[in-house]
Design a protein around this ligand. Structure first.
Ligand SMILES: C[S@@+](CC[C@H](N)C(=O)[O-])C[C@H]1O[C@@H](n2cnc3c(N)ncnc32)[C@H](O)[C@@H]1O
Ligand code: SF4
Length: 455
């Protein structure tokens, strides 16, 4: 990537894991509103139910962490949390139309594997005993391998999880140590064998842009990952947001790689993954060519929610439980409180623990469709969006900050090609897709909100 393009486009822009981004959610959104939008969601598309369960606790705080996580609490606080979590689920499930099907259950964090498997299994059973599932629903969990012994892995499999995400981050122990992270407790080869012997799907998460990483060191990590053949490899670009997580300042002391080095780390890793037969999904996901995400990308039907990419088969409206959980419904987002004690208190009083949310206007629902299409499939065909939303093409463009001069500038820099009918982000400019999305986003006009840089 040319240095001048990196300078011009490596600027703060939203990650667009949701549209609008979560920092637009506001506190005028109430628990009553949440209840109403949940009931209304029964009549909206996508019709499947996707469940997100948040377990915030971690044994040790990684300095780079950008997740909603906190240090393990004393036992009673954890028991009270899990108790409240189950109560919250019991409050919301009756609001859902029981003829709808579950397509996904996803445990994220924090560290979901900080809990005994029996706890996770009980929560799964609470949900699965009430609803039918689609064929092969995805029951997924994010795992921190630093604290898991063989029995824990076997118990997870026995509890019905069928997609395991291992948070490796880097195989280089010095990189982990400067990030205050514990390496895997068991040899990774042994973990992979257990997962494979039981026929489960396997993801591995990595982060690039951490102190001490170089293109060469990260290449070693990625080569090791390739040799283990996980179905999906995710290379997250490290998001430096010290104003959200002060711990990240520790990494500044060691020194973060420059934008140029970070870009080379990514490009080197990407080259290795493509040579090994992995296909790119979005910016940071690499999957084997038989993976359903790749088939969805080929047929331009890839979707994305806060939990990651999904296909038309597995996509659903997301109902989230636990602190900071974000429900993603057709017409609104709602986010639970971040405060553990308040969460427990509200739920115990029989209140839904909503802290904020966002109702999308019709125009914003159109923008969400366009930005999601761009972020997932790297191309927007105006006719197709218009047809899907049942409105004229002109109304689609009117919903956006559609500015041909700005698009022409992207085209001149080799970022996109476009004409009246479409915009396509060029493959080599994929890291700048967020810049293109932001330029179409009316909410970005005069916005002073803070974001991590695109690279
Ligand atoms: C909730 S964590 C996964 C589960 C478990 N806590 C762990 O660390 O293995 C989700 C993933 O987010 C990614 N992540 C965390 N902080 C990040 C940041 N600041 N920038 C980019 N990715 C980040 C990591 O790759 C991590 O595996
Ligand atoms: S990366 Fe995972 S284990 Fe580390 S602090 Fe964040 S959520 Fe916890």
């Amino acid at each position: 990537m040319k240095q001048e393009l990196l300078n011009k486009y490596s600027i703060p822009v939203p990650r667009y894991t949701s549209y609008p981004p979560a920092n637009f959610f506001n506190e005028s959104f109430t628990a009553d509103l949440h209840r109403n939008v949940v009931v209304e969601s029964n009549k909206r598309k996508p019709e499947h139910i996707s469940i997100y369960i948040h377990i915030p606790f971690c044994y040790q705080m990684c300095y780079y962490c950008g997740c909603n996580s906190q240090l393990m609490r004393e036992k009673t606080a954890i028991v009270n949390y899990i108790d409240a979590l189950k109560k919250e689920i019991r409050m919301v499930l009756p609001l859902l139309d029981h003829s709808r099907k579950i397509s996904q259950i996803h445990y994220g964090g924090g560290t979901p594997t900080s809990q005994p498997v029996a706890v996770l299994k009980e929560i799964n059973q609470m949900i699965l005993s009430e609803f039918e599932c689609i064929e092969n629903p995805e029951i997924a969990i994010e795992c921190h391998p630093g604290y898991m012994n063989e029995q824990y892995w076997l118990d997870l499999i026995q509890a019905g999880f069928n997609r395991i995400s291992i948070g490796v981050q880097d195989f280089n122990e010095d990189v982990l140590k400067t990030s205050n992270r514990k390496a895997s407790r068991m040899p990774i080869e042994d973990i992979v064998k257990i997962i494979r012997d039981n026929g489960l799907s396997l993801n591995m998460d990595f982060i690039y842009g951490l102190p001490l990483q170089t293109p060469e060191s990260f290449a070693e990590t990625i080569n090791k990952a390739i040799s283990l053949k996980p179905d999906r490899i995710v290379t997250f670009s490290y998001a430096h947001v010290p104003w959200v997580n002060k711990l990240q300042e520790n990494l500044e002391k060691t020194g973060l790689p420059s934008v140029e080095t970070k870009s080379r780390i990514y490009e080197t890793a990407k080259g290795l993954l493509l040579d090994a037969g992995y296909k790119t999904i979005g910016l940071d996901h690499f999957v084997l060519s038989g993976d359903e995400l790749y088939k969805a990308l080929e047929s331009k039907s890839l979707h994305r929610n806060f939990q990651g990419y999904c296909t038309r088969r597995t996509t659903g409206q997301v109902y989230a439980f636990g602190i900071t959980g974000i429900s993603q419904l057709a017409s609104a987002y709602s986010q639970n409180t971040k405060d553990l004690d308040m969460y427990i208190e509200q739920v115990n009083k029989g209140n839904l623990p909503i802290a904020k949310g966002y109702i999308l206007s019709e125009e914003e629902q159109v923008t969400r469709e366009v930005i999601s299409e761009l972020m997932c499939n790297y191309t927007v065909n105006w006719e197709q969006i218009a047809e899907r939303m049942n409105i004229p093409v002109e109304s689609v463009k009117d919903a956006l900050n559609y500015n041909e001069l700005a698009l022409a500038d992207f085209a001149k820099d080799g970022i996109i090609e476009f004409d009246e009918g479409h915009i396509t982000v060029l493959p080599e400019a994929a890291p700048f897709v967020r810049n293109v999305a932001a330029s179409l986003d009316k909410l970005m006009l005069n916005s002073e909100k803070k974001y991590s840089k695109s690279i």
